[in-house]
Design a protein around this ligand. Structure first.
Ligand code: DNO
Length: 346
């Protein structure tokens, strides 16, 4: 397993110098951020990002994300050209030595939370989710804005998108993801790139939006749409684990060979459809991180791992979920778990 760290580029308050000093860190997970979803990334910008990482002794083998534009998910008349652009990005990234691309197929919103600075008893704070609060922010019926998304869309755009997806429905979304995979996976195979879809976060539908990458049954269906190792998963424990019905350890063992990237973080269930993000160690939350790492090890997972959302600790003010300190603690804890699991199974 290769330990990696997400880096948001030159505007990220977390620097490559910070990242390289975290023990056992092998590389960054990053993207080209100044091209809107659907655009083609220039070879120069990819090479420049790689060079920046390499100059600091870090690899650049994982991209998170090449975003999938809404037009592809909606399968409208713009989709074929945009899928072609997507394929071109996969080719270019493969040429530059990228081995894994993380992406998602979540309509409109990527992750959703009700609170970005939920206060913990130890004085730290982090992201939290409470279904009732989120539902009260339904863009169709309320003027409240969703934390983290208030600047991304106007109310009118949101309403329009929500309507389009309501008309689309879940089965059509499945068809559209199949069309996408049928075009992209052969290109990825040729480029030596593993595609790794990120689960929906949280893993259930909200505001009538269809969400399909949510549970074992749907992951089974997804992996069969195009049955190739290049069509794989980002196994995000915090996202899938938000639904206590998801048996993460069983799923990891089942998807041997199809998990290419693991986002390892803990959450604490605080009620039905209610959770908060905690420190990474098992005792901090509801997920057994030791069993998760052990299942990855037992299923011969040799892909990329990264700590995921961290809390804000020690007075840090940073990008929500992506500060330095708690993620660095998470990385170090995970490195310890990996060493223990590896040595005890020799
Ligand atoms: C949240 C992240 C997600 C992830 C995308 C992948 O913090 O894990 O935003 O990057 O869903 O496309």
């Amino acid at each position: 397993m290769k330990m990696t760290f997400r880096w948001y580029g030159d505007n990220d308050p977390v620097t490559l110098d910070h990242i390289r000093q975290i023990p056992e860190m092998t590389g960054i997970v990053s993207a080209i951020y100044n091209v809107p979803a659907g655009g083609v990334w220039s070879r120069e910008s990819i090479a420049e990002l790689k060079k920046k990482a390499n100059d600091k002794g870090l690899e650049f083998e994982v991209v998170e994300s090449v975003p999938v534009p809404e037009d592809i998910k909606l399968g409208n008349e713009k989709a074929p050209q945009l899928i072609e652009n997507y394929c071109e990005n996969v080719r270019r990234l493969g040429e530059a030595g990228v081995k894994c691309i993380c992406y998602n197929f979540m309509p409109v919103f990527d992750w959703l939370r009700s609170e970005l600075e939920h206060a913990h008893t130890d004085g730290s704070n982090g992201l939290a989710y409470d279904e009732e609060t989120v539902l009260a922010m339904n863009p169709l019926t309320s003027e409240l804005s969703l934390p983290g998304w208030d600047e991304s869309y106007t109310k009118e755009q949101l309403k329009d998108l929500l309507k389009q997806y309501e008309e689309l429905g879940e089965e059509k979304l499945w068809e559209n993801v199949k069309t996408f995979l049928e075009a992209v996976i052969p290109v990825a195979e040729e480029a030596g790139v593993k595609m790794a879809i990120h689960p929906d976060d949280p893993p259930w539908g909200i505001f009538g939006l269809p969400r399909i990458i949510t549970n074992e049954e749907n992951l089974d269906r997804f992996l069969k749409l195009v049955d190739s190792p290049a069509n794989g998963l980002t196994f995000c424990t915090g996202s899938l684990g938000a639904d206590p019905k998801n048996d993460l350890v069983k799923m990891i063992r089942k998807y041997e060979g199809r998990i290419h990237f693991a986002h390892l973080r803990n959450i604490r269930h605080t009620g039905p459809r209610q959770f908060m993000e905690t420190g990474h160690p098992s005792d901090c939350g509801s997920l057994d991180m030791y069993e998760i790492v052990k299942a990855l090890h037992d299923s011969k997972f040799d892909g990329y791992v990264r700590p995921d959302h961290g809390r804000m600790i020690w007075g840090e003010k940073g990008r929500y979920g992506y500060g330095l300190f708690d993620r660095a603690l998470g990385a170090t804890y995970l490195t310890g778990l990996i060493e223990a699991v590896e040595k005890s199974s020799k």
